[in-house]
Design a protein. Structure first.
Ligand code: AP5
Length: 210
């Protein structure tokens, strides 16, 4: 059976980092609403233009926009799926339920002060989207991606002020999603502190145990 997994957790807990490895080693197809929205902003699509202000303010993009995006992607995706950053509101979780079955929700938890430090020192590749941390997983060259040689940049929503706003949005609107999956009996909480490989191992053990 093709697994369908949702990755939950606050901004900076490591969803994107762990998803990248799960895709490489477990052949999941990753659907990340954050990546799709950033791509829309970069290309200046109508969706991107509408989403930009919400993202820069650390608020959620309206449900109907992201639900539409996910619907389109799920319609053309086959095999095991990893959803990174969706759902992040109860409305999104309920809509997803109508679109597909979710086998497991993996909720990665990290202390808030660590989250801020992780995010403000993150650098992302403009070309392939690879993620680095200047202290914990630094690139070999300060402004160049190890994987593709692309230019590294700091996301416009990775300032301390916006991170605090994103954390508030997470507590107000996304935490209830964990409870939603707990009630369905599919929520698994994983300790997201420790090294990137340690967290990956915990997630793998969780997936194997089902
Ligand atoms: P999105 O891109 O989804 O951002 P996020 O959820 O805030 O998560 P991040 O990408 O900031 O963090 P992450 O958990 O992926 O951590 P990462 O692996 O990079 O969303 C951005 C915006 O888009 C939202 O604010 C919203 O406006 C909009 N949006 C997106 N989805 C939406 C939706 N469904 N509905 C409405 N709006 C939506 O790691 C962070 C850093 O830590 C990196 O530098 C990494 O190298 C480092 N790191 C990772 N793991 C470890 C570790 N174990 N130890 C040390 N460092 C680590």
């Amino acid at each position: 059976m093709d697994l369908k997994i949702v990755l939950l957790g606050p901004p900076g807990c490591g969803k994107g980092t762990q998803a990248e490895r799960l895709v490489a080693e477990m052949k999941f197809t990753k659907i990340s609403t954050g990546d799709l929205l950033r791509e829309g902003v970069r290309l200046g699509t109508p969706l991107g233009l509408e989403a930009k202000g919400y993202m820069e303010a650390g608020r959620l993009v309206p449900d109907e926009l992201v639900i539409g995006l996910i619907k389109e992607k799920l319609a053309v995706t086959h095999g095991p799926v990893l959803l990174d950053g969706f759902p992040r509101s109860l409305e999104q979780a309920r809509s997803l339920e109508k679109l597909t079955r979710i086998d497991m929700a993996v909720d990665i938890q990290v202390n808030e002060d660590k989250l801020v430090h992780r995010i403000v020192m993150r650098r992302s590749c403009k070309s392939c989207g690879a993620v680095y941390h200047l202290e914990f997983s630094p690139p070999k060259h300060a402004d160049k991606c190890d994987k593709c040689g692309g230019e590294l940049y700091q996301r416009s929503d990775d300032t301390e002020q916006t991170v605090r706003a994103r954390l508030k949005t997470y507590k107000d609107q996304t935490l209830p999603v964990s409870q939603f999956y707990r009630e369905k009996g599919v929520l698994h909480t994983v300790d997201g502190e420790g090294s990137i490989p340690q967290v990956y191992e915990r997630i793998m053990n969780t997936i194997k145990k089902g």
